[in-house]
Write a protein that binds this ligand. Structure first.
Ligand SMILES: Cc1cc2nc3c(=O)[nH]c(=O)nc-3n(C[C@H](O)[C@H](O)[C@H](O)COP(=O)(O)OP(=O)(O)OC[C@H]3O[C@@H](n4cnc5c(N)ncnc54)[C@H](O)[C@@H]3O)c2cc1C
Length: 505
């Protein structure tokens, strides 16, 4: 088959097995795959993307969470990590990857994180000034702009009011790649108006315009390796809902870019026993553990209206951020059940989460059946200390904004009328799994670094073990970030693509 240049085709509709030849085959079209593939295609290479999920247009999306998890989320939205806490850990499966269902928050990598990557892990190019042009190119391409006050709505305003009342420093509206946001509060089921710049709307179309091809509904199953060199990928057309395998597709390429995300990338390698001579594939997983607090106000807030995550402030002295969030009434009613009888109480809630640069480490292994993964993650005392500090700070902000009570979401706890009541709760020696911790940022499970004994890939993204097999997604971070990762993923992937171009196509 000739490469269908500039086209996006559904591989589950192929009527015969196919073989294609190109310069680079990219597995995954999320933040990393899209950024790397665009960079390579715009440099003139022939690029074929393989993406397990399908392409969605804004008008095809539904505002129902139940529909979204079935169609847009990996493992039908049931992915989680198990350990000393129960940890839901969703991720996307679609052209655009997790960016299709994310909140659009855009942060550059903190300077001190890059310094650590440079000085402790030998990633010489990890430098904020040196990366500034790449950050800028990515931010411009995805449409990163500060959330306009017109779409904040009440839940973001109340958080801002509390920060003002406490005279906190640095609180501000969040920069998001949502230039066309109308404040409908539906980012995480896919933007229904096309106002969010998920990468299926910008980086992927740019790659297509440069001659790349996207095969959607195509699951990569194997890296083809000859004499220690990656020479292509075996994939199958897959029905995106039923997951039945269809026709076999072989893509022969000079380089393979593996960008399946920080859960699927290591489990894909481990299933094949590939690139793991030092046993580090799937280790060192970080996830940005997070926990939500709601404030209850006398006024009607209708926290599901407005930019989902529109306002933030850093947690003083810690590598952590406090970010507002909204969710649909059904989610609030499950998480904060005490307010669901009668349900009209939910109209009075505003919510904010503490998200931390976690120090605990987890592990990814392949699940029993392809493409399932098994993730284990134990939190630790240091991370719980920071989460509790964040809970206290959010509560102080809401009380300062006029909240009559706050709720931490801890199992078997009640609404709290004052900071003194909260302090008593936080001091209780409760099992950590009574805290409703959540994580949506798996990363660093195939870390890059200069130490061959510790890292899975070199600082230029190529695996130590298999020549021409390159990883360019959230898995290559050496550490946790402490800020939402998509801009870092795209910048790192674009840099890796550039380094591979320099190394010879
Ligand atoms: C609900 C939610 C909200 C979030 N909000 C934000 C936010 O506001 N800001 C932010 O910075 N980050 C956010 N994130 C995280 C961010 O979107 C991810 O960190 C980022 O998209 C990761 O990029 P990636 O390329 O590593 O993986 P992904 O974007 O997940 O892309 C991986 C792609 O690979 C595909 N794939 C996997 N295996 C295969 C295979 N075998 N064959 C073919 N294709 C395969 C998957 O289907 C997927 O499309 C959020 C995440 C979630 C879940």
């Amino acid at each position: 088959m000739e490469i269908p240049r500039g086209q996006l085709l559904r591989a589950d509709s192929f009527e015969a097995d196919e073989t294609l030849r190109c310069d680079v085959v990219v597995i995954g079209t999320g933040a990393g795959g899209a950024a790397a593939g665009m960079r390579l295609a715009e440099a003139g290479l022939s690029v074929v993307f393989l993406e397990e999920g399908r392409k969605w247009e804004a008008h095809e999306l539904s505002n129902k969470q139940s529909w979204a998890v079935r169609n847009l989320y990996a493992e039908r939205g049931t992915s989680l990590a198990l350990g000393n806490i129960f940890l839901p850990m969703p991720r996307g499966k679609a052209v655009g990857g997790t960016t299709l269902i994310n909140s659009g928050i855009c942060f550059r990598t903190p300077d001190f994180v890059l310094k650590r990557w440079r000085e402790q892990y030998g990633v010489a190019w990890a430098d904020l000034d040196g990366l500034a042009p790449t950050f800028q190119t990515i931010e411009d391409a995805v449409g990163a702009v500060r959330t306009d006050e017109s779409v904040w709505r009440r839940h973001n305003e109340l958080f801002r009011d509390g920060c003002v009342a406490l005279k906190l420093e640095g609180h501000q509206a969040i920069v998001r790649n949502a230039p066309g946001c109308v404040g409908c509060g539906l980012c995480q089921v896919g933007c229904p108006v096309g106002g969010k710049g998920s990468v299926d709307r910008n980086l992927i179309p740019r790659a297509l315009a440069a001659g790349a091809a996207v095969l959607s509904c195509a699951r990569a199953t194997k890296v083809l390796v000859e004499n220690g060199v990656a020479v292509g990928v075996e994939a199958y057309g897959v029905d995106p809902v039923l997951e039945q395998r269809k026709r076999r597709i072989e893509v022969r390429a000079k380089k393979v870019f593996l960008c399946a995300g920080a859960v699927s990338t290591p489990s894909f390698l481990l299933r094949q026993k590939l690139a793991n001579s030092n046993g580090r594939v799937g280790k060192n997983l970080h996830v940005h553990t997070a926990l939500g607090v709601v404030g209850k106000f006398d006024e009607v807030v209708d926290g599901w209206h407005g930019a989902v995550q529109g306002y933030f402030v850093r947690l003083p002295g810690e590598n952590a951020v406090l970010e507002t969030f909204s969710a649909s009434p059904d989610i609030y009613s499950v998480q904060y059940e005490v307010y669901s009888k009668p349900m009209r109480q939910l109209r009075h809630l505003a919510a904010c989460g503490v998200m931390i640069g976690d120090t605990a480490e987890g592990t990814v292994s392949p699940g029993a059946n392809e493409p399932r993964s098994f993730v284990s993650y134990d939190t630790n005392a240091e991370d719980v200390r920071v989460i509790k500090k964040g809970i206290r700070q959010i509560s102080a902000i809401y009380f300062a904004a006029g909240a009559t009570e706050v709720h931490t979401g801890f199992s078997r706890s009640s609404p709290l009328k004052s900071l003194a009541e909260l302090d008593a709760l936080l001091a209780e020696p409760r099992p950590w799994d009574q805290m409703n911790i959540y994580a949506s940022h798996p990363m660093s499970s195939c870390a890059m670094g200069a130490d061959k004994a510790w890292s899975v890939v070199k600082p230029d993204g190529e695996t130590w073990d298999v020549k021409n097999l390159v990883i360019a997604d959230a898995s290559v971070f050496p550490t946790s970030l402490g800020v939402n990762p998509q801009i870092t993923v795209m910048t790192v992937a674009s840099t890796i693509a550039q380094l591979q171009l320099k190394a010879g196509g």
